[in-house]
Design a protein around this ligand. Structure first.
Ligand code: SF4
Length: 77
């Protein structure tokens, strides 16, 4: 799966970090780091995180505009 976080929108509420700590990480007060192509086993947590984000900054799958299907072997930078 693919995700994109609109960092201009993100306010650092860290809901996503609590729900999917392997995918989202907060550095300092407001710098959010995330895995753009999280493994399939994280999909449910990512969806919960996206739903919980107070400012809807997390876009998942097709919404992210770069759905690669299974995401297997996806490029994680
Ligand atoms: S839950 Fe939303 S606003 Fe909060 S850190 Fe995550 S992306 Fe940013």
């Amino acid at each position: 799966m693919q995700i994109v976080v609109d960092l201009n929108r993100c306010e650092g509420y860290a809901q996503c970090v609590f729900l999917a700590p392997k995918v989202f990480e907060l550095h300092g007060e407001e710098a959010l780091l995330y895995a753009p192509a999280p493994p399939a086993e994280q999909a449910e947590r990512v969806r919960q995180a996206a739903a919980a984000c107070p400012v809807q900054a997390i876009l998942v799958g097709e919404q992210a505009g770069a759905d690669t299907g299974t995401g297997a072997g996806a490029d994680v930078r």
